[in-house]
Design a protein around this ligand. Sequence first.
Ligand code: C2O
Ligand code: CU
Length: 486
Amino acid sequence: ALALAVGGLFLWLWNSAGVSTVGKESFGNELAIPPLAQSQVAKDGTRVFDLRMQAGETEFRDGQSTSTWGFNGAYLGPTLRAERGEKVRVRIRNGLDEASTVHWHGMHLPAEMDGGPHQMVEAGGSWSPHWTVDQPAATLWYHPHPHGATEKHVQRGLAGMFILDDERSERLALPKRYGVDDLPVIVQDVTFDGATFDHGRGLMQNAGFLGERTLVNGTLSPYQEVRDELVRLRLLNASTARTYDFGLSDGRAFSLVGTDGGLLERPARMERVQLSPGERAEIVVRMKPGERTVLRSFPQGNYGDAWQRRFNGGGDSFDVLQLRAAERLRPSPALPARLGELEVPAGDDAVRARHFDLERTGINGRPMDMGRVDETVTRGTTEVWTLRSDDGMPHNFHVHDVQFRVLEVNGEAPPPRLRGPKDTVFVPHGTTVKLAMRFDGPADPDSPYMYHCHLLYHEDEGMMGQFVVVEKGQRAGAPAGEAGAP
Ligand code: C2O
Ligand code: CU
């Protein structure tokens, strides 16, 4: 009888439908557009921003207020924007009653300014990182990175976009009016228990938290009016564990113009773009007057085995954002055939190969230790890193400070969606991915950068390692192990 009961429970779990909001959203809420952050230009030309981490209340649904965290507001944060070559400084104040950090995901900058777990900002404290923007135009983002508590801090709402521009992006005929034909689309999944967030994990959900609905820019069931023929969506997967496979509900193709670290060499036509947590894609969608279409996330084709699809969200689907075209649309110029040169290395000048086994219990068999430097790389060199995921769980891999080129996925040339500059890549069960990257930031043997799985539950549990960049012949120092340890 027990065997029957267990068998029955198993069958019920296996057969119960996956999460889906397809066809169920009313699209009754106008999409919120995060404001562009105010900045001041100091005498020496530095662009100065202010960000305050604070607690607040957000009304996602009428009359129900949810306790949330945000930057300069109750939920999410403003969009920071700067140009290549500009000096920037961000004055951060922590108005929460616990310590946190602010990390610049995708930014090339000195390790001490990176906002990783070694740069904790105490409750009530402040921190003013500064650097010179020295990388191509891109859609980056910022979020906390306290060791062991990143999932919780991001889930409560601490995240925002950081858009970089350069001469080329300003010159190209791409949609570029922020909030008009160039839209930030920050996608997160949530579950509500009454008015409050329910951040619980299911019994067999090894990926981490998987929510029942999606928010875009903090808006539930959102729609956006479009008044131009071409609309650019800057998609950011800011969810803690969920991977999306974005496309349009009517199956139309769109043009991918950018990945994590900036523009592609040329626009690529496709119908789907998969984004695991932390990844970005810039897509351009062509609209016809008066029509409606929905940005949808479809069940994943490459999410590991049936078990993974069933219990870790690979089979789920969401109606994410409705686009409503006006009856009359402003004509948009055709997309440029060429966008420019990639600044990521091809790997032929690599001086070193490294291998990373991705396991939930640690990378290369070792859980994160803030006092240990795992890898030492030489400034000014190119390396090839090989990632392997084989533990029956979905993972991805993010490297701080650099953008990389994906050379191979399972021995083959990468699909078009992985052919731009990347800082995060999905590595589903049974996959080998080869990357090339160049480390040309300043050397600092004492200040480590992180590499880790960006499924935040895995990261918090120790799926993270540290590397330092040193001058040729120099040795790694000893990072402070206790600083910010949970
Ligand atoms: Cu988006 Cu190490 O983080
Ligand atoms: Cu992982």
